[in-house]
Design a protein around this ligand. Structure first.
Ligand SMILES: C[S@@+](CC[C@H](N)C(=O)[O-])C[C@H]1O[C@@H](n2cnc3c(N)ncnc32)[C@H](O)[C@@H]1O
Length: 308
């Protein structure tokens, strides 16, 4: 299957990064390389390094971008950003982008098991298929309480309790192997009148995917790591696709952009200083034009900070 991904808010990201032709940039979520390629087009003596966990993305996009000699893609979790910098001998960077979540390729390539639209497909959902737990392991292995917690927390699903209970009941009869089998269990766990708001399995699939890939673990830390490596006036742009991710990004950006909060009548004792300024006071969202071309950008929010 051809690797295709519509890059979300491409112009907004590139404008927001304020690319310097001689700068060093990091794209933590290479995917189909749409953002990476636009950055590369703006560089002359500069350098771009990128990470992804997905072998398909790395081979297909890596090949497409190999004509750029100032580009290096590495298979790594972007949360290992500091180690990647060390390995590549990068000291400071001029900007970075994280376009979180899954690519259209991962969603559309049914054999990856991300999509609730597929049927006889093995439950997988791993971005990195070389190891780790899959959706199958979670659905068939986690106890009911843990399943309920994940579905309720990461999926913000009202009927998490029902869904978790039915998963456990069904897997006692036979292991749940395919996305289609899971969709049926979710479907019967949600009362009819609550099914009008999108596909009934959407929230549960999101929850399991977040758990499989540890998507929220350490997100706050890597944002601080990246900001720590930014040069003065360097920028970090992050696109999120659901409220849980956005909450983390918003709160870390707020923490880094706020200074001393001591009682102003007395000398400061906290010593806290603003490290960044928020370029986007409110998140940027996709234009109407983009929404007509790519409905996936509907939930996207772009936030940008600049190092002080
Ligand atoms: C939304 S897509 C990025 C699309 C890309 N910006 C483009 O324009 O084509 C997200 C990509 O990031 C990868 N990814 C998600 N979380 C990751 C992580 N923690 N570390 C490395 N790659 C990750 C996914 O495998 C996927 O290929």
């Amino acid at each position: 299957m051809e690797f295709r991904h519509y890059s979300v808010m491409l112009n907004e990201c590139i404008d927001g990064l304020n690319i310097k032709p001689s700068g060093t940039y990091f794209d933590g979520t290479l995917g189909g390389g749409g953002h990476s390629e636009e950055i590369l087009k703006k560089l002359d003596s500069g350098f771009l390094f990128a990470t992804d966990l997905d072998d398909d993305a790395l081979s297909s996009t890596g090949k497409r971008l190999e004509k750029y000699k100032n580009f290096k893609a590495v298979k790594s979790n972007f949360k290992n950003f500091l180690k990647v910098c060390e390995d590549l001998g990068v000291d400071k960077i001029d900007g970075a982008i994280l376009d979180l979540g899954v690519s259209s390729y991962q969603l559309d390539n049914r054999e990856r098991g991300f999509s609730y639209m597929a049927d006889e497909v093995l439950l997988d959902m791993r971005m990195d298929r070389s190891g780790g737990v899959s959706a199958y392991d979670i659905v068939n292995g986690y106890d009911e309480k843990r399943l309920r917690f994940i579905i309720s927390t990461y999926g913000e699903e009202k009927f998490a309790q029902n869904i978790a209970k039915n998963i456990v009941l069904e897997r006692e009869k036979a292991l749940i192997k395919t996305t289609g089998e899971l969709v049926k269990i979710i479907d019967k766990s949600i009362p009819y009148k609550f099914k009008r708001d999108g596909h009934p399995a959407k929230k549960t699939f999101q929850a399991i995917r977040i758990e499989v890939n540890g998507e929220l673990d350490g997100l706050d830390t890597v944002i601080k790591d990246i900001v720590g490596k930014l040069k003065v006036s360097g920028r970090l742009a992050i696109i999120t696709f659901h409220s849980l991710e956005d909450r983390v990004v918003k709160s870390v950006f707020k923490e880094l952009s706020s200074g001393c909060n001591c009682d102003k009548r007395y000398p400061c004792v906290c010593g806290k200083k603003e490290i960044v300024k928020e370029i986007t006071k409110k998140p940027i969202t996709a234009s109407d034009d983009e929404l007509t071309k790519n409905s996936r950008s509907r939930s996207a929010k772009l936030r940008i900070v600049e190092k002080l």
